[in-house]
Design a binder for this molecule. Structure first.
Ligand code: NAD
Length: 247
């Protein structure tokens, strides 16, 4: 088991939803958090305050991770502030759902940029620091949609499936080092992203989930803690946290 106290983590899109829960769960283990956000600074500051309230360490960095300069600045801020980097959680993501016939080039590119190209942008400047850690972890938040597809989600499914292939390939390349690379594939989790789904459609989705409920952001956060703490011999994998919806 890896002791997580005093490890340093960057969590992209950490100000709300799944990213906020990942930040909190890691912070509870004593991990120092660099909480990235793109907009709504008040949410990021609220999360930082929440972590500091129980004695944790965190600070917020505004950066659009689909922009390589911003992503490099994020990694630099983390290393300057805490002196090292052990964990990179690529969580930032968006949806721009539309059937393919109506899908604009702009919505195709935006979703690929934020969900997939961002991972190149953050991992490139972070990699050397992670290699210097005594137990580096890269965790990419993919999705059940990248495994099973989703109606009206060609752009999102392409990005999330891309993350899975990327995870496996990078895991192979880094297997001889101390850095593991894994993906977490959440099913349907109760966050703003899922609240955007019309109620009727969402009821239909929940009815199909074998465990008959949405997942919680905390359940994804604890998956991240598991991979960081007990995951030394786990690499190139997809951890499915989906209530049995995809097996
Ligand atoms: P959310 O919309 O509540 O949060 C997304 C986060 O990403 C926000 O903090 C947002 O500010 C941030 N973000 C968006 N664009 C960004 C950018 N360019 N740079 C930096 N940060 C940016 O969504 P969520 O449900 O918490 O989703 C988190 C991750 O989990 C996403 O990658 C999403 O695709 C994935 N996911 C969510 C579900 C679900 O059911 N909610 C299921 C599977 C996968």
């Amino acid at each position: 088991m890896t002791e997580l106290k005093n490890k340093v983590a960057i969590v992209t899109g950490g100000s709300r939803g799944i990213g906020a829960a990942i930040s909190l769960e890691l912070a509870k283990q004593g991990v120092k958090i660099v909480l990235n956000y793109v907009s709504r600074p008040e949410l990021a500051e609220k999360m930082v305050a929440e972590i500091q309230e129980f004695g944790g360490e965190a600070f917020a960095v505004q950066a659009d991770v689909s922009n390589s300069d911003d992503a490099a600045r994020l990694v630099q801020a983390a290393v300057e502030h805490f002196g090292k980097l052990d964990i990179l959680v690529n969580n930032a993501g968006i949806t721009r759902d539309s059937t393919f016939k109506k899908l604009s080039e702009e919505d195709w590119r935006k979703v690929i940029d934020v969900n997939l190209n961002s991972v190149f942008n953050t991992t490139s400047p972070a990699l050397q620091h992670l290699l210097e850690s005594d137990g580096g972890r890269i965790i990419n938040i993919s999705s059940i949609i990248g495994q099973a597809g989703g109606f009206g989600q060609t752009n999102y499914a392409a990005a999330k499936a891309g993350l899975i292939g990327y995870t496996k390939s990078l895991a192979l390349e880094l297997a001889k080092s101390n850095v593991t690379v894994n993906a977490i594939c959440p099913g349907f989790i109760g966050t703003e992203m899922v609240q955007a789904i019309p109620e009727k459609v969402l009821d239909g989705i929940v009815a199909k989930i074998p465990q008959k409920r949405l997942g919680t952001p905390q359940e994804i956060g604890r998956g991240v803690v598991f991979l960081c703490k007990d995951g030394a011999y786990i690499t190139g994998q997809q951890l499915n946290i989906n209530g049995g919806l995809y097996m």
